[in-house]
Design a protein around this ligand. Structure first.
Ligand code: AMP
Ligand code: ZN
Length: 468
């Protein structure tokens, strides 16, 4: 398995800490609103990563947190608690808000066929672990108290900012925009808030520093170490977490333990809306339920995400989503047609295995999902392979792609119900068009119409639709 490590800035061979095992921590959602499909792109990437590790023979322990306290609207400890703000706006309690959006999040994950992490941990259930970690940092001389809050001093460690490649003089220049005059260094961050400007913060706990609540970053350090130990394999998230959240997680974790905390950092690129990152604060906020209301299946969106490499930006548009839907429907048609003819083979031929191997190789080479998809298509269209082999290979690949191919029925999936013979005709028509044999192409189109199917040309190639 080869993976790009944000820390080393190169693709590396993955070397597990413990033979055959992967310990993986993914920053989870802040549950003050619905996840947008940009957030969901990151969770799909993490799911594909985990499935690829499992395919490569590892046993994966996957931990994800739920942020239900301490995540402020500003990354520099400014703004207010996102859940508190939402509570004020809606008149609902923070607990009700957290419960509602946590449920909505897992509904989305389920619809996207994302495998649930082995451990899902809520920040508010782990306040004592965070307090213990802050005490450890305090003993090590990494903290100071100012204005009632406990701060982490980034000057107490030699290598702050190494993940993002931040330079210390760049950090100093941040002073211009700094608002918190308690901070000795503008990049210091809060571990524990007591005397903060949010006097009516709903969720507070007793601590050695007074009643208050934790900063955002400390939760991920405390919970990941609790469930995965003080040195683990993999930490994932979206790239926006690199300069502040993950940088601060590393600073406090390594200051506390005195050694490397995480071996490999994996970050997913943004989903763009127009030319900007999709975000909750911007206008282009699209949720999965809003796509489903428009008639898309959640798996159309998963398919769309698989068409881009996780380290490249992916631009969302309804045209692009339509193309993904057409391609997925066409795939469903073919699977349904194969199913009508055969059961997946338990002993696939060498030729089928060669397709599976090149698919696995693409995925194990820094998750080349677009290449994996194209292997799937090539294999499915290869009529030299018997249907039983093609089904077996498709299901094998779907173990990572997660498109639920084994539960497809043409009718259920909005598929056309076209059979193997019709798919073969469709391919013949494509070949005829390529050879500029228009008469043959038209004759095949007419033949397909007679059989009850309309040929539609899409950016993904020609597909069949049932005539109504
Ligand atoms: P949040 O709920 O805001 O803490 O974000 C959840 C996850 O989504 C984090 O890993 C973010 O890095 C990621 N994320 C936020 N915006 C986007 C986006 N436009 N595209 C991809 N991932 C994103
Ligand atoms: Zn985190």
């Amino acid at each position: 398995m080869r993976l790009y490590n944000t820390m080393s800035r190169r693709i590396e061979d993955f070397v597990p800490i413990e033979e055959g095992k992967v310990s993986m921590y993914c920053c989870g959602p802040t549950v003050y609103n619905y996840a947008h499909i940009g957030n969901l792109r990151t969770y799909i990437f993490e799911d594909v990563l985990k499935r690829t590790f499992v395919r490569a023979g590892y046993s994966v322990k996957h931990v994800m947190n739920i942020t239900d306290v301490g995540h402020l609207t500003g990354d520099g400890d400014d703004g207010e608690d996102k859940l508190g703000k939402r509570s004020r706006e809606t008149g609902k309690s923070v607990w009700d808000i957290a419960e509602f959006y946590t449920k909505a999040f897992f509904r989305d994950e389920e619809a996207l066929n994302i495998i649930r992490p082995d451990i899902v941990c809520k920040a508010t259930d782990h306040i004592q672990d965070m307090i213990a970690l802050i005490e450890r940092l305090e003993k090590g001389g990494h903290t100071y108290i100012a204005g009632g809050n406990v701060y982490f001093s980034i000057d107490s460690i030699p290598d702050y900012g190494k993940l993002a490649g931040l330079r210390l003089d760049d950090l100093r220049s941040g002073a211009r925009i700094e608002v918190d005059s308690n901070k000795r260094n503008p990049k210091d961050f809060v571990l524990w808030f007591t005397n903060s400007k949010f006097a009516n913060q709903a969720m507070t706990w007793d601590s050695p520093w007074g009643r208050g609540y934790p900063g955002w970053h400390i939760e991920c350090s405390a919970m990941s170490m609790k469930y995965l130990g003080e040195h683990f394999d993999l930490h994932c998230g979206g790239i926006d977490a690199i300069p502040v959240h993950h940088t601060n997680e590393i600073a406090q974790s390594e200051a506390a333990t005195g050694h490397t905390w995480v071996n490999c950092w994996c970050h997913g690129e943004f989903l763009l809306m127009g030319n900007a990152k999709m975000s909750k604060s911007s206008g282009g906020f699209v949720t999965l339920p809003s796509l489903e209301e428009k008639g898309y299946d959640a798996l159309d969106y998963r398919y769309f995400c698989l068409t881009g490499h996780y380290r490249s930006q992916l631009r969302f548009s309804f045209e692009a989503l339509d193309a993904a839907r057409s391609a997925r429907r066409s795939l469903s048609d073919r699977i349904a047609a194969l199913k009508a003819e055969a059961e997946p083979s338990s002993f696939p031929s060498e030729a089928a295995k060669a397709y599976m191997d090149s698919f696995d190789a693409a995925m194990e080479d820094d998750l080349k999902a677009p290449e994996g998809l194209s292997q799937l298509w090539q294999m499915i269209k290869d009529s030299s392979l018997p249907p039983a082999d093609r089904l077996a290979a498709a299901y094998h690949m779907d173990g990572i792609l997660g498109l639920r191919l084994s539960s497809i029925t043409a009718a259920e999936d909005g598929g056309s119900g076209a059979g193997e013979e019709e798919q073969r005709l469709l391919e013949e028509r494509t070949a005829a068009k390529k050879a500029r044999d228009w008469a043959r192409a038209d004759a095949i189109r007419a033949e397909l119409e007679k059989r009850g199917f309309i040929v539609k040309d899409t950016p993904q190639g020609a597909i069949l639709q049932k005539k109504v």
